[in-house]
Structures are given as C-alpha cells and as structure tokens.
Design a protein around this ligand. Structure first.
Ligand code: ADE
Ligand code: ZN
Length: 337
C-alpha cells in the first residue's frame, strides 16, 4: 500500500462521484498529448478559463468535450488511479464511482476499453489505497431510453463488474418516467439503483424517481426542501440523499454556500451525506466539500460524525466493511473528546 491516509482525517464513504469529473486539467493535457488529440483550449491557462459555469448544461458541455482525451484502456486506468490517490488524501475509505458508458460509446470507444481500464484500477484499490470500491454505470437522461437499454444489455452480456446503475446528465425536460423500463431491467438483473433528482429538476422528479424507478438513493435531491410532504416521506424512509455542496454552488443550483439547504435538511432528519460530484471541476474533493460546509455552517464534531456515518451506512459496501468503517469513525470521534 502507498502511505496510509493521515489518521486525523474524518473516515468517510464517497457515494456521488463521476469518474470523468475527476479529470484534472493537467491530466487532460497530458492525455491529449499522449493520444495526439488537438484540444480547442490547448494550454492550462486557456483550459482553466473555461471553468466558469452558469448552470448544469454549461458544465456538461465542457465535461463531455474533455472526455475526448480518454482513448485507451490505460487512460481510463490512469484517471481512476489519480482519483483514488486523491480520495485517500481526503479520508475516503469506500468509494462508489459512476461512469458514463454512453458518452464513450458515442465517441467510438469500445465499451470494453472504458470498463477494463476503470475496473483494473478499482481491482487494485483496496491493496494500493485502502479504499474499497463499487462501480455504477450512469445513463444519460438526455438520450433515448432505448440507447440506455442497449448499453445496459452490452454491460450485462460482457459481465461488467458493476454493482448498480444511475441516471445523470441534463435533468430538466428529461423526467424519471422516461426510464421506467431501464430501471426495471436493472432491478431484474440484481443491480442496485440510484438516480440524480432534484438537482435542477423540481420536487415532482424526486417523487417519481422513488415511485416509478424505485431507487435506493437519490443523488443531490436538494430541491426536496420545496415540498414538505416530500421531506416527510424522505425522512420517514431514511432515503439517502448524496449532497454535493461545492457542485451546487459552482453550477448555481444555490446562490451561495450560505444559502445551501444542507443545515435545513439535517434539521429535518434527512439522511444526507457530503460528496464531491465532479471534483476536478468544482474546486475540491470530499475533504474540501466537508471543510467548506463545516466552516460555513459551523458544524461540530457530532455533526461531522453524523454526515460521515450516513455516508457509510448508505453505501453498498458489505455489512462487515460498514461495521469496520463505523468503528473507525467512532475512534475518530473518541479522539476528539
Ligand atoms: N454528470 C456529471 N456530473 C453531473 C451532475 N452534477 N448532474 C448531472 N449529470 C452529471
Ligand atoms: Zn452527479
């Protein structure tokens, strides 16, 4: 194993992470050079100047464009390993990682290339970084359901090492009702089910994600606070909501971090965790998201323990692994008096 994470770091699980969103600008340029790809913004300075977003779509345009540098299996493996190294430095002890298979297939990259590259880095993660992992195939909600069904069929046929499916990309105008057959098919195949909802979309999308798609976790879900009945439902069922504070600020889902509904969500008894979404684009990994929220809302050690505990309990890790990480978290708390 590389050097272990510093013991003073809050141990946590990362449940909402797009691996393509961990491509740092430096790695984008390195992979572009390696693969002979000409980028529209070929220097670090020009590339970095693109990282000002007005909404989700303005980010997605750059996020998909930058994926052009991912060509060979080794590119996907290098990206994944770079994330795991940073995750370890962030105190992440278990990571459930989404990837966007359709975004690669649409560029002519074989599914096997993307899957094998990511999976090879994940297979070594526990030994190399002390991080257990799971891989989630996220489907693009702005694409037709038949395309998603086709790619899911290919993933199942090749026995891809995925634990579940998710739903991401442009939310508004692409309601959960569009993907009922996809989620039914994944459920039949024994996969775990998560989906983005209530990031930019209305509370009705969160209701339908629960009722029509039957998901176990909601990614983001912050707009639930606009509907008190929905908050009651989510609290009663302790449905995990994977909140990403820095993402919400950078994509203008909230005006400022101070205006973020996270404290209100916690006070309502919701099962919230803190995650990083696309850390290379939004100014930080799990640690920075925790630090920013803790500083803004003056969270004490008890609240940080609740947030990290929620992430561990809401994960798809084995019961043994969850118990191990909860014990680690209890030691972290005890060391704080
Ligand atoms: N794909 C990558 N990041 C995303 C986000 N925050 N919302 C929806 N789709 C995404
Ligand atoms: Zn996301």
């Amino acid at each position: 194993m590389e050097t272990p994470a510093p013991a003073q770091l809050l141990p946590k699980a990362e449940l909402h992470l797009h691996i393509e969103g961990t491509l740092e600008p430096e790695l984008i340029l390195e992979l572009a050079a390696r693969n002979g790809i000409e980028l529209p913004h070929p220097t670090l300075e020009e590339l970095r100047a693109q990282y000002e977003f007005t909404d989700l779509q303005s980010f997605l345009d750059l996020y998909y464009a930058n994926m052009a540098v991912l060509v060979a299996e080794a590119d996907f493996a290098d990206m994944t390993r770079a994330y795991l190294r940073r995750a370890r430095e962030s105190g992440v002890r278990h990571a459930e990682i989404m990837f966007d298979p359709q975004a690669h297939v649409a560029r002519g990259i074989p599914l096997t290339t993307a899957v094998a590259g990511i999976a090879s880095a994940l297979a070594a993660s526990e030994a190399e970084f002390g991080i257990t992992t799971g891989l989630i195939a996220a489907f693009l909600r702005d694409q037709p359901e038949d395309d998603a069904l086709d790619v899911l069929g290919q993933l199942l046929a090749m026995d891809a090492p995925i634990i579940g499916i998710g739903l991401d990309s442009a939310e508004v105008g692409n309601p959960p009702s569009k993907f009922i057959r996809l989620f039914d098919r994944a459920r039949e195949a024994g996969l775990r089910l998560v989906a983005h909802a209530g990031e930019e979309g209305p509370p009705s999308y969160v209701w339908d994600t629960l009722d029509l798609l039957g998901v176990e976790r909601i990614d983001h879900g912050i707009r639930c606070v606009e509907d008190s009945r929905l908050v009651q439902r989510l609290a009663a069922g302790q449905v995990p909501l994977t909140v990403c504070p820095l993402s919400n600020v950078r994509l203008r889902a909230v005006d400022t971090l101070a205006a973020h509904p996270l404290p209100q969500m916690l006070a309502s008894g919701l099962n919230v965790s803190i995650n990083s979404d696309d850390p290379a684009y939004f100014g930080g990994y799990a640690r920075e998201n925790f630090q920013a929220a803790a500083a803004e809302f003056s969270f004490d050690a008890d609240t940080l323990e609740v947030l990290a505990g929620n992430s561990i309990r809401s994960s798809f890790a084995t019961e043994t692994r969850k118990a191990e990480l909860l014990a680690e978290l209890a030691r972290w708390r005890a060391a704080r008096g």
